[in-house]
Design a binder for this molecule. Structure first.
Ligand code: GLN
Length: 536
């Protein structure tokens, strides 16, 4: 297309309605029509990026190939569309202000008073258009975090208002709201939606399409009412009912013509509806899979979103192995040698999760010991890999005080050590080893086999500490093999115990790159091993 079209996705009434899923679904449907798309998220909080946020605040921190720590919605964008995101796909208020303040200090504003309007809004507008202008996308979908009415989102809405005015037919707004069901009255209520749209209109933005999140089916009359009160066409009032899986949402949106309505609103010929063949195949396999494989997630954050990408990666791998993966969170803070047998009883595999800081690490080590000595398939990811390494040092190499420098700064058996280049770092934000690095895999290893005999892979990282190569030989001699290394730095990226069914730890995060149509080979292989272990 000659000009890039912009779709703004806003949310009203409540947070957590799934703007990220709707944005991803729009992206998926337009991509299926052959368009070149990207999805970006603007977060109205003041942190420069979510890297320093506790997962209890906003869930997992997702990492892009170019090493940006981002909102977890970018994970949905990649899992739905298979298109990699970058640093420019997630912008926070903090980054907008940082850019503006840097320009001010440089003297770029030539003595002007710096104000929210126009300087902050101009910087937002510049960032909205950045990807479209640089790469010539057909569509740029921009999700605005937060809910209409938040003080923080006001500059973003003002920027959208201006952009819509400037872009005319090239920009539309999709507004996502919620229709609550009042059980006592037995009624679905549209008033919150009407209020939310009024609030949006009061900021000068008329929604073109309204998507209603609902737990019950909405009648045509109810949709008509919303259309009537909110100045939108009936065909532009779409309902997004609860689905058995988020991956059903694109199909549901397509059935109601969301993508066709978007195209019409943007004056683009609609054409034929794409079949979504491979996607439907995934959904079909997912619904057909009846047998269950049970996996424990050993971590310290008792929150669904904290390990979002790991959960999704395991689910993808389950589908392609024709199994349902039942995940159970096991809090490592309460795991002890005394109760581990009971707490991990009945699981066919165990994932030892990533994390930061001391809390819950001893429990992860206990879990690693239990699964190693009972030959239960185990996947240690990042901190999880480090815990596998520490456990082995303590219980096989005989170093009772083995630890990571992160947890014990004085141990002489620092099998996990601070990286050389990290030693003098004082700023916490954005300074870890981040993003995609090459990893060379030892031929003939279990990991090599799991990767489908690939010798070179690229995986994303997010860590400050690393395997201490001073101990490599000792590990190798005692049965834990360092089978993946970075060719430039020689850092150990993967360890495995080949004598066990499946016992692998990766310093990187494979979960960031598993998508619906391309499940990650390590998760595929892990789930396969769990299924085999079940059938033993
Ligand atoms: N805390 C560990 C490190 O910084 C592991 C990080 C992680 O699990 N992402 O090296």
């Amino acid at each position: 297309m000659a000009e890039t079209k912009y779709i703004f996705v806003t949310g009203g009434v409540a947070s957590s309605l799934g703007k990220g899923i709707i944005s991803s679904s729009i992206g998926k449907l337009l991509q299926a029509r052959g368009y070149n798309i990207t999805i970006q998220k603007f977060d109205p909080y003041i942190n420069i990026d979510p890297g320093t946020l506790n997962p209890y605040e906003h869930g997992e921190c997702y990492v892009t190939v170019d090493g940006q720590e981002t909102d977890l919605d970018l994970g949905h964008y990649e899992r739905f569309t298979g298109i990699q995101t970058t640093r420019s796909n997630n912008i926070t208020t903090g980054r907008i202000y940082q850019n503006v303040i840097e320009k001010e200090r440089r003297g770029d504003y030539l003595g002007k008073t710096i104000q929210v309007v126009p300087h902050i809004t101009d910087e937002i507008k510049r960032n909205v258009k950045l990807l479209g202008e640089k790469y010539g996308f057909d569509f740029v979908i921009t999700e605005i975090g937060g809910t209409i009415g938040d003080i923080e989102s006001a500059p973003f809405l003002e920027a959208i208002r201006q952009l819509r005015w400037e872009m005319g037919k090239n920009a539309i707004n999709v507004h996502l709201t919620y229709v609550p069901y009042l059980a006592a009255a037995g009624e679905l209520k549209t008033k919150p939606t009407q209020m939310s749209v009024k609030q949006l209109q009061s900021q000068g933005i008329q929604p073109d399409i309204i998507v209603l999140r609902t737990e019950h089916h909405l009648s045509d009359d109810l949709r008509k009412k919303v259309a009537h009160f909110c100045n939108v066409d009936l065909e532009a009032v779409i309902q997004s009912e609860d689905m058995p899986s988020i991956y059903e949402v694109p199909v549901n949106m397509q059935q109601q013509g969301l993508d066709a309505t978007i195209l019409r609103k943007l004056d683009i010929p609609v054409g034929e509806t794409p079949q979504l063949g491979p996607w439907r195949n995934f959904l079909e396999r997912r619904s057909k899979a009846k047998e269950i494989v049970e996996v424990a997630l050993v971590g310290k954050y008792d929150l669904q979103d904290a390990y979002k990408s790991i959960r999704e990666s395991l689910a993808h791998a389950g589908v392609y192995n024709d199994y349902k993966v039942k995940l159970t969170f096991v809090n490592s803070e309460y795991l002890t040698r005394e109760n581990v047998a009971e707490k991990l009883a009945g699981f066919h595999g165990v994932v030892i999760c990533p994390g930061f800081g001391q809390r819950g690490t001893e429990g992860k080590i206990v879990a690693a010991e239990y699964t190693r000595t009972h030959d239960i398939p185990t996947f240690g990811i990042c901190l999880g890999m480090q815990m596998i390494v520490i456990e082995f040092a303590r219980n096989v190499l005989g170093y009772a005080d083995a630890n990571s420098r992160e947890m014990d700064a004085t141990t002489s058996h620092n099998v996990i050590d601070i990286m050389e280049e990290q030693k003098n770092i004082t700023q916490m934000g954005g300074t870890m080893r981040l993003g995609s690095y090459e990893c060379q895999i030892r031929k003939g290893s279990r990991t090599y086999e799991a990767y489908g005999n690939q010798e070179v892979v690229h995986e994303r990282h997010r860590h400050r500490y690393e395997f201490n190569s001073h101990f490599t030989e000792e590990y190798e001699n005692h049965g834990m093999k360092c089978v993946g290394t970075n060719p430039e730095s020689n850092l150990v990226e993967i360890v495995e115990i080949p004598n066990l069914k499946w016992y692998i730890g990766t310093q990187f995060h494979p979960e960031y790159s598993s998508t619906v149509l391309k499940p990650h080979p390590l998760f595929m292989s892990f789930i396969k091993a769990c299924i085999e272990n079940k059938g033993k």
